[in-house]
Design a protein around this ligand. Structure first.
Ligand code: HAM
Length: 418
């Protein structure tokens, strides 16, 4: 074949697109119920937006962005993450003038030129939320609990919430020196990428997956020991709020996250089902980002979850939304029924039921097989005998009951089964 999809991208084919749709539908519903409103931002932005917010030293900006100079000489980048773009939109559209708290969510595609592997793609999808306006611990806890609850309610088990506080920039400045001193005697054993980060961004070394570096870091002083009084109070409160919400967590003082804008709370939810790419979601507080992009200082906190990883970790297929939906399969037999069958199909569909029919004019046996394959819970049969009697046979497959129902009572009968 001459053309194939680009490495690290994939097609969502009909056999799984239902699952995608169901999960997305569920997320829209859940977040709307929590009072979050959807925001959609352009698929590309100015490259400087990401350099300024995510940080030039981060892997995302230094190695992974799809950037190009367009015909007008503007440096553009396909969005590698949402937070910067959402904050840009928040500032540009003065969302702070509408409400002192902006509760926003998104679902969409992002682009990072990472090495593709299971759970890691070059075009991937995230859903996430950003709450811009509150500095209080209740807001951190709400964000974390929404991530936890959505993931749990999707039926994903074996998940762990890792939590940390990286404090203010002063804390990190102090801690950076401590870390450099600690790592200095082992400098030669560090990987090339850690050596590069040693002076510029040694905190990122804490994130390492390299076994010998993990060994070196075993006795490393904890960043939480360097928190200011205010940061510590905030962190304790976040933990208390999570206890209030019955959300279990583990403290992980090496959890610094790979994007530069974080302050105070950082967290990730990981799944033991996923192998190397085990982070289902990540997030935290970013109290300085709005200000650093040129607006009045405004605290904020959010998270984003990888859509593909969520789907990979879900055991059950379509259970989520499908369990509440009765699928109806309409079986028409013989030429005389075509017109009436089309009318009945239209009426039932207009009432909001899930209904399918056989457009291939197959035998009753094949149609019953198809109905079964689709997992229908109701079949409606319309043959020539039914035409004469102006009725259909409705079979409830959950209990085997079959009933002859006059044409003008089909809708009310189906509603009684709902
Ligand atoms: P992130 O940790 O870079 O954070 O990404 C969040 C999640 O997106 C990851 O935990 C993972 O599930 C998924 N993800 C990231 N890269 C890939 C990839 N190449 N392929 C598949 N999935 C991937 C952020 O993006 C922050 N903006 C999160 C945030 C929101 N912080 C505050 N608000």
């Amino acid at each position: 074949m001459k053309f194939r999809s680009i490495k690290g991208t994939y097609d969502v084919l009909p056999n799984i697109s239902d699952k995608w749709k169901n999960v997305e539908f569920y997320i829209h519903q859940y977040l709307s119920r929590a009072g979050y409103s959807e925001i959609r931002t352009p698929i590309f932005e100015n490259t400087d937006l990401f350099k300024r917010s995510v940080g030039e030293d981060s892997d995302v900006v230094s190695k992974e962005m799809y950037s190009w100079i367009d015909q007008g000489g503007t440096d553009l980048t396909l969005k590698p993450e949402y937070t910067a773009s959402v904050v840009r939109a928040y500032i540009q559209n003065n969302l702070n003038s509408i409400s002192p708290i902006s509760k926003l969510y998104y679902i969409g595609d992002l682009f990072r030129r990472e090495r593709p592997q299971k759970g890691r793609y070059r075009q991937f999808r995230q859903f996430g939320i950003e709450a811009i306006g509150s500095k209080y611990s209740e807001q951190d806890a709400e964000i974390i609990s929404i991530a936890w609850n959505i993931i749990s309610e999707l039926g994903i088990q074996d998940i762990t919430l890792n939590l940390n506080s990286i404090g203010s920039s002063e804390t990190r400045k102090k801690y950076k020196q401590v870390l450099i001193e600690y790592l200095k005697p082992n400098f030669d054993q560090l990987s090339e990428s850690s050596k590069k980060r040693f002076n510029s961004n040694p905190l990122r070394i804490l994130d390492t997956k390299n076994k010998s570096e993990i060994e070196i870091l075993k006795q490393v002083p904890k960043i939480t020991e360097y928190l200011s009084k205010e940061d510590e109070v905030h962190f304790n409160e976040v933990q208390q709020r999570l206890d209030d919400l019955n959300i279990p967590f583990s403290l992980d003082t090496n959890l610094v996250r790979g994007l530069d804008y974080y302050t105070r709370t950082t967290f990730e939810i990981v799944s033991s089902k996923l192998g190397a790419q085990d982070a289902l979601c990540g997030g935290g507080r970013y109290d300085k980002l709005v200000e650093s992009l040129g607006a009045k200082s405004t605290p904020a906190v959010g998270f984003a979850a990888g859509f593909e990883r969520i789907l990979l970790a879900m055991d059950n297929d379509n259970e989520l939304v499908e369990k509440n939906i009765k699928k109806i399969y309409l079986i028409g037999l013989g030429d005389k029924v075509r017109s009436t069958m089309t009318k009945i199909l239209g009426q039932i569909r207009n009432e909001g039921f899930y209904i399918e029919f056989d457009p291939l004019r197959r035998s009753i046996k094949s149609q019953l097989r198809e109905s079964n394959k689709l997992g229908s819970s109701i079949t409606i049969i319309l043959g020539e005998k039914e035409m004469e009697e102006q009725c259909v046979q409705i079979k409830d497959l959950s209990n085997g009951n079959q009933q002859s129902v006059p044409f003008d009572s089909i809708i009310s009968y189906l509603k009684s089964l709902k």
